[in-house]
Structures are given as structure tokens and as C-alpha cells.
Ligand binder design. Structure first.
Ligand SMILES: *[C@@H]1O[C@H](CO)[C@@H](O)[C@H](O)[C@H]1NC(C)=O
Ligand SMILES: *[C@@H]1O[C@H](CO)[C@@H](O)[C@H](O)[C@H]1NC(C)=O
Ligand SMILES: *[C@@H]1O[C@H](CO)[C@@H](O)[C@H](O)[C@H]1NC(C)=O
Ligand SMILES: *[C@@H]1O[C@H](CO)[C@@H](O)[C@H](O)[C@H]1NC(C)=O
Ligand SMILES: *[C@@H]1O[C@H](CO)[C@@H](O)[C@H](O)[C@H]1NC(C)=O
Ligand SMILES: *[C@@H]1O[C@H](CO)[C@@H](O)[C@H](O)[C@H]1NC(C)=O
Ligand SMILES: *[C@@H]1O[C@H](CO)[C@@H](O)[C@H](O)[C@H]1NC(C)=O
Ligand SMILES: *[C@@H]1O[C@H](CO)[C@@H](O)[C@H](O)[C@H]1NC(C)=O
Length: 479
């Protein structure tokens, strides 16, 4: 579950980061003979190498799966795992899931949150997840940037913006291939969490820019028309969300005060003193994309992490305030499972699994990416009428729901006044309240009760019900 402790940015700063991370795949001569290959005719250095129906994880009869690599450039092998929908796969939408970090694997989402299976405590066997999101959608999980999870090779990605073209290229190869071409015209749902508050707004904006270039004949390619964006416990706007650490630690609704009065006083001072977190974050925003902005933003990030975030969390689990720092849920059994050579061979994995390796993360630190805001892009997407769900488990501290809600309320879009005037109201599942929500046209916000950072791990039935409503393009409602 470790969604790359934001804390390690200081360590990365001190140690200094390696600019290019290249890792060697394990010996896989045996594997290569079983792998199927598709070579792109349009993109340079681009292939799809995959294993069909490994029998791992999804064991529901008749449900197709593919796993393997999308080579998005020379020595750039991006891991993917695709599961057909369990029901109506020929008409179900196509959903991309990305975990955050930066530099954390999407196998977290697959094995701890909403994939077809969960791993038993023995680390060697799995059981079916009845609340898997592939019940209602075709699902693809991708490990990006290179170096994350099972992805391997040369990684040059040092910002959210720099990450987008590789993910775009991955879908160009997928949609060009016969294996995936039928999904190019399906509803495309983009699901993400945590650092996905950066990735989501940025990547969708980039895809739309590329679509425009394709439409005008400037570039050749397959449009990626995103029909819905859903981000739970997202890191959208650091200025707003750093302030929310204080608000949340003062009174986490339903849970109470998290830290002592003395600690809260120090956090407040660190936020609002002359060169405090708020001032430094504002300085980062004001510096825009200038070269200087890298240093300004990464200093702001370190200051806010050390003087606001760390004391707001204290000895609690940053991802679930109901647990302490030795949190046991969700368990990490799946990591053992993915390092099993038989499992690796079956699915076509060619490198040792790394949940949240340091190298990809450290490249992002250099540009202060964490301290930057993607709220303008999110606002513009909301303004365009795109279906968007901003949702959050209400026991998460690191990207707590008060901060996500404050970010949503700060969006500059046509629905702003209506969203402000719409109180959150409970929706139920089989009579039980699962979330407090507000819908304004195609925009929805939801606070999910009793869930930490990885919402679907804690409240699988609620998460599937909410996902199903997004798939159905419905406002959130009781069922
Ligand atoms: C790709 O990796 C191979 C093996 O590590 C190396 O010899 C080669 O120089 C790399 N090519 C590029 C363009 O990085
Ligand atoms: C998910 O789909 C499976 C197979 O179709 C079914 O057995 C299961 O009940 C479904 N789960 C839910 C929560 O509807
Ligand atoms: C930074 O550049 C990107 C495009 O490269 C742009 O979308 C964004 O608005 C710029 N940010 C600022 C603060 O100028
Ligand atoms: C965390 O909680 C568990 C169970 O409540 C307890 O046994 C353990 O000592 C606690 N650890 C810390 C570091 O507080
Ligand atoms: C980030 O990557 C780009 C493109 O590779 C490079 O031009 C830039 O110098 C890098 N920035 C930093 C701060 O390392
Ligand atoms: C909501 O999204 C649908 C497409 O799913 C679109 O037809 C409609 O115009 C959008 N509504 C608004 C108010 O933008
Ligand atoms: C949104 O509405 C609120 C309340 O009406 C107002 O204070 C705020 O300035 C508005 N924000 C934007 C970006 O329009
Ligand atoms: C909404 O549900 C929550 C969680 O069960 C509950 O605490 C709260 O009282 C409910 N609110 C209303 C207005 O019913």
C-alpha cells in the first residue's frame, strides 16, 4: 500500500538522484518462446509482447486476460495486465487504472483494491474478488513510469507532464494491435488515485491535445476519447491540501481531533508564518514553469512535508487514521505472490517486482512536481462537461477528503456556485449509508464512509456500486 511516502523527498534531495535508471530484465529466454508479439507499423521502436490467459488471478471461466509489455521506446518496457469484463465484455467500457506515487505500481490497485483476485496470507494462492471492477468493465492496469512495478528499462520521466506522452504512446500501440483495436471505440474510463490527482487531469488534457492534432492531420494516431475521469484521494492542489492537513488533524469528521493542541499550534504556525508552507507554495505557483521553479517548488514541498504533513500524521497510519504506523491492512501478501518465479513466468514478467521503487520517484523530486497544482486542468475538464468523480475515503489523512472537497470547491468552472450551494447528502447501498455526495451535472464529489486511502480495499461493495454508476454515466445515488 505504501503510496510512496511523500516524506522520502527530503532524503532524495540530500542523497541526490540518478538521472537515468536502467535495469536489466532477468533471463527470460524460455518466456520469449511463449510470448506473442505485435510490432507497430506507425510508432517507432514500439511492440506489444504478451501472454494470453495465464490462468493467474482471474479464474472465472471464459474471462480472457492478457499480460506483458508495451515497448514504448528503445529499452522502455511498460508492464500491463488486462482483464476482460466478467459480464457483457463486448459492450462493457474500457477502464484504465493507474496508481500514484509517483513511481508506485498499479498492481496495488489490482491486488489490494479492485482486481479480479486477492492474495491469501500464504502469499502463494489467490481467491476471487466478487467486487472486482471487471464485473462491469474491461480493465487494464499499467505500471508507469518505466522502473515502476514490473516495468523496466530507461526512465527519463521527471514530471507529470513528461509522463503523459509515454502513456499516450502505450495506447497507440494497444489500439493499433488487433488484440485491443476493438476497445478504441468503447467508452474510455480513466480511474486513478493519490498522485493520480496530478496524473488524471494532466494525462486527459494531453490526450485531448493529441486528439486535436490527429483531427487536424498534424499527427497520425488513434484518438483517446476519455469519457469519465475518477480520482479517489487525489493530490490535486498542494496549497489547499496542505491547509487541509491542519483542518483535518483538528477535527477529522466522524473521528475527532487527531493531534495534541500543542502540535496543532505548531502546524498552524508552520503554515502561516512569513516564509511558511502557504507562502512557499504560493511562491511555487507564482514561479510557473520557469527554471527557478524547480528549486522553489521542491523547497516548498520539503518544508510543507516536514512541518505540516509529518506532524499532522504523527504516529498514525497516513493512509488510515484508524490504524497506527504499523498498519497491517491492506496486507502486502500480493508482493510475495508476485515474486514467485512460477507466477512471474506464467504472466510474462521479466524483472523483479518493485511496489514503489525510489528511482522513478527521485526524478520527479528534481522538478518539485509534488508541490505543483493540477487544479486548473481539472477545472477546465469539469467546465467542458466531462464526467468527473472526485471521491475520497474519509479515514485517509495523506489525501484527506476535506482537502479533496476544498480543492473541488475551488475549481474555476461554470458549476462553481451550484456545487457550493449543494450540501453533501447520504446515499445508501441496501439501506446502509455508504457515502455523502454532491452531484452537479456531470461532476460528482463523494466522501466514502469508513475507508482509508485505498477506498476499494476498505469498502469493496461501496466502491463497486459507485464505479458502476460512473460506468452507467449516472449521478451518484442510492441503490
Ligand atoms: C539499451 O539497453 C542495452 C542493454 O542494456 C544497451 O546496450 C543499449 O545501449 C541501450 N540503448 C539505449 C538507446 O539506451
Ligand atoms: C460479479 O460477477 C460475478 C460473475 O458474474 C458474480 O458472481 C458476482 O456476484 C458479481 N458481484 C457482484 C457484487 O455483483
Ligand atoms: C506549464 O506548462 C504547461 C504546458 O507545458 C501548461 O499547461 C501549464 O499551464 C504551465 N503552467 C504554468 C503555471 O504556466
Ligand atoms: C500499533 O497498534 C498495535 C495494535 O493496536 C499495537 O500492538 C502496537 O504496539 C502499536 N504500535 C505502535 C508503534 O504504536
Ligand atoms: C527533466 O527532463 C527534461 C527532459 O528530459 C530535461 O530537459 C530537464 O532538464 C529535466 N529537469 C530536471 C530538473 O532535471
Ligand atoms: C454530460 O455528459 C454527457 C456525455 O456523457 C454529455 O452528453 C452532456 O452534454 C454532459 N452534460 C453537461 C451539462 O455538460
Ligand atoms: C466559487 O463560488 C464561491 C462561493 O460562491 C466564491 O466564493 C468563489 O470565489 C468562486 N470561485 C470561483 C473560482 O469562481
Ligand atoms: C449519513 O451517514 C453517516 C454514516 O452512517 C451518519 O453518521 C450520518 O448521520 C448520516 N447523515 C444523515 C443526514 O443522515
Amino acid at each position: 500500500m505504501r503510496l510512496q511516502p511523500l516524506i522520502s523527498s527530503l532524503a532524495a534531495l540530500v542523497v541526490g538522484a540518478v538521472s537515468v535508471h536502467a535495469s536489466e530484465p532477468h533471463d527470460s529466454s524460455e518466456l520469449r518462446t511463449r510470448q506473442l508479439l505485435f510490432r507497430s507499423q506507425i510508432q517507432n521502436d514500439a511492440n506489444l509482447r504478451y501472454v494470453a490467459n495465464s490462468g493467474i488471478c482471474e479464474t472465472t471461466p471464459g474471462v480472457t486476460q492478457y499480460s506483458g509489455y508495451i515497448d514504448v521506446g528503445t529499452n522502455m518496457s511498460m508492464w500491463f495486465w488486462f482483464f476482460e469484463a466478467r459480464n457483457s465484455p463486448e459492450t462493457a467500457p474500457f477502464t484504465l487504472w493507474l496508481n500514484g506515487g509517483p513511481g508506485c505500481s498499479s498492481m496495488i490497485g489490482l491486488f489490494q483494491e479492485h482486481g479480479p483476485c486477492l492474495v491469501n496470507a500464504d502469499g502463494t494462492s489467490t481467491y476471487l474478488n466478487p467486487y472486482s471492477w471487471n464485473n462491469v468493465s474491461n480493465m487494464i492496469y499499467i505500471d508507469q513510469p518505466i522502473g515502476t512495478g514490473f516495468s523496466y528499462g530507461t526512465d527519463t520521466v521527471n514530471s507529470t507532464e513528461a509522463a503523459a506522452p509515454f502513456v499516450w504512446k502505450a495506447f497507440q500501440i494497444l489500439f493499433e494491435s488487433q488484440l485491443f483495436s476493438k476497445y478504441a471505440s468503447r467508452e474510455f474510463i480513466f480511474g486513478t488515485e493519490s498522485y493520480g490527482g496530478h496524473y488524471g487531469p494532466s494525462f486527459v488534457t494531453y490526450f485531448e491535445e493529441q486528439n486535436a492534432l490527429i483531427a487536424s492531420g498534424t499527427i497520425q494516431g488513434e484518438p483517446i476519447v476519455v469519457s469519465a475521469l475518477m480520482v479517489n484521494n487525489g493530490w490535486f492542489d498542494p496549497l489547499i491540501q496542505n491547509i487541509a492537513y491542519y483542518t483535518f488533524a483538528t477535527n477529522a469528521p466522524g473521528y475527532g481531533q487527531l493531534q495534541s493542541d500543542a502540535a496543532l499550534k505548531r502546524i498552524s504556525e508552520a503554515l502561516y508564518n512569513n516564509n511558511g508552507c502557504v507562502a512557499q507554495e504560493q511562491g511555487c505557483y507564482d514561479a510557473g514553469n520557469s527554471t527557478d521553479s524547480n528549486t522553489i517548488c521542491l523547497k516548498a514541498d520539503d518544508y510543507c512535508i516536514n512541518h505540516v504533513y509529518v506532524p499532522a500524521v504523527g504516529n498514525l497510519d497516513p493512509y488510515d487514521l484508524r490504524q497506527n504506523s504499523s498498519a497491517l491492512f491492506p496486507p502486502e501478501y500480493y508482493v510475495t505472490y508476485l515474486t514467485n518465479p512460477e507466477v512471474m513466468s506464467a504472466i510474462g514478467a521479466e524483472t523483479t517486482y518493485q511496489e514503489c521503487p525510489d528511482a522513478p520517484y527521485e526524478l520527479f523530486v528534481k522538478t518539485g512536481d509534488d508541490a505543483r497544482t493540477w487544479l486548473p486542468q481539472l477545472s477546465e475538464l469539469a467546465n467542458s462537461g466531462l464526467k468527473i468523480l472526485v471521491w475520497a475515503g474519509d479515514a485517509d489523512i495523506i489525501c484527506n477528503w476535506l482537502g479533496c472537497y476544498a480543492a473541488a470547491l475551488a475549481m474555476d468552472w461554470y458549476g462553481n456556485a451550484t456545487l457550493h450551494d449543494t450540501p453533501l447528502s447520504n446515499i445508501t447501498l441496501d439501506g446502509m449509508p455508504i457515502a455523502a455526495v454532491a452531484n452537479v451535472d456531470n461532476f460528482s464529489f463523494a466522501r466514502v464512509f469508513g475507508a482509508g486511502h485505498e477506498v476499494a480495499a476498505f469498502q469493496p461493495a461501496a466502491a463497486l456500486a459507485i464505479f458502476t454508476q460512473v460506468v452507467g454515466k449516472e449521478p451518484l445515488h442510492s441503490v
